[in-house]
Design a protein around this ligand. Structure first.
Ligand code: PXP
Length: 247
C-alpha cells in the first residue's frame, strides 16, 4: 500500500457557533480560516446546515472569496444545498446526513439506502468539477455504495471510535483500519474525521491509506486556551509522528 502525505483540514463551524450564540459578527469564522491557512492548514471545512445553526450563506461566500485554501463544503443532499454548491463551486463537497432517516445507526450517511436520492446530486456535483466525498461509517456495504455512486472520496466517521474506550474503542479502530484498506482496494480516496482529539488522532493518522483528517470542535476548543496556531501545530506534530513513526 502506498503511503501518502496526510492533510489537515480545519473545520471552523464552531467559531460560527460562538458568534451565533450572541448574534453579531464576533468571533469571525473567516478570520479563523485565515489564521488556519497561515498556520499551515491544507484545507478549510465548513458545514452549511439547513437550519444555519453555525455557518451562514455569507460565510460560504467569504470563504470562497477571501481564503486561499481548498474549501471542503459539507452539505446535505438537498436541492437547496446542491444549488449553493453549484454556485460557489468549492474544491470539494462532502455529503453528510442531517436527518435521522439519512443516517445509519452509527451516524454516517446511509449511502446504500439513500442511493437513488444521492445519485443525481453526486452526478451534478461531479459534472461541475467538484470533488465529491460521502461521510460514511466504516462499513464495506457503505463503501460499495459510494463506489457505485461514482464518488471518488469517502470520509470515514471516527465518532464511535472517539466516544468509546478500552476494547470497544479497539474494535472501532479495527473497523476503520479494515475499511480504509478496502477503500484503497476500491480506488476510493480515504479521509476521516469527527471527534478527533490529541488523545485519539494518532491511531487514525497511522493508517497509511488515509489522506486527510478533518478536525474542528477540539481544535477550536483548544484555541481558547492556547490559540489556534498552537493547537494546530500540536495536532500536526501528533499526525506527523504517527505517520513517520518518529518523535
Ligand atoms: N468531518 C465531517 C464530515 C463532519 O461533519 C465533521 C463535524 O462537522 C467533522 C469532520 C469534524 O468533526 P469535529 O468537529 O468533531 O472535529
Amino acid at each position: 500500500m502506498m503511503e501518502h502525505k496526510l492533510r489537515l483540514g480545519v473545520n471552523i463551524d464552531h467559531v460560527a457557533t460562538i458568534r451565533n450564540a450572541r448574534g453579531g459578527s464576533f468571533p469571525d469564522p473567516i478570520r479563523a480560516a485565515l489564521l488556519a491557512a497561515q498556520a499551515g492548514a491544507d484545507g478549510i471545512t465548513a458545514h452549511l446546515r439547513e437550519d444555519r445553526r453555525h455557518i451562514s450563506d455569507s460565510d460560504i461566500t467569504r470563504l470562497t472569496n477571501e481564503v486561499n485554501l481548498p474549501l471542503n463544503f459539507e452539505m446535505a443532499a438537498t436541492e437547496e444545498m446542491l444549488g449553493i454548491a453549484l454556485r460557489h463551486r468549492p474544491h470539494a463537497a462532502c455529503i453528510v446526513p442531517e436527518k435521522r432517516e439519512e443516517r445509519t445507526t452509527e451516524g454516517g450517511l446511509d449511502a446504500k439506502s439513500g442511493f437513488d436520492k444521492l445519485k443525481p446530486c453526486v452526478e451534478k456535483l461531479l459534472d461541475a468539477g467538484i470533488r465529491v466525498s460521502l461521510f460514511i461509517e466504516a462499513d464495506p456495504e457503505q463503501l460499495d455504495a459510494v463506489k457505485a455512486l461514482g464518488a471518488p472520496v469517502i470520509e470515514l466517521h471516527t465518532g464511535a471510535y472517539c466516544d468509546e474506550t478500552g476494547p470497544k474503542r479497539d474494535a472501532e479502530l479495527a473497523r476503520i483500519v479494515k475499511a480504509a484498506a478496502y477503500a484503497d482496494q476500491l480506488g476510493l480516496e480515504c479521509h476521516a474525521g469527527h471527534g478527533l482529539t490529541y488523545d485519539t488522532v494518532k491511531p487514525i493518522a497511522e493508517i497509511p491509506s488515509i489522506r486527510e483528517l478533518n478536525i474542528g470542535h477540539f481544535l477550536i476548543g483548544e484555541a481558547v486556551f492556547c490559540g489556534l496556531a498552537e493547537a494546530m501545530e500540536k495536532m500536526r506534530s501528533l499526525m506527523d509522528e504517527a505517520r513517520t513513526g518518529k518523535k
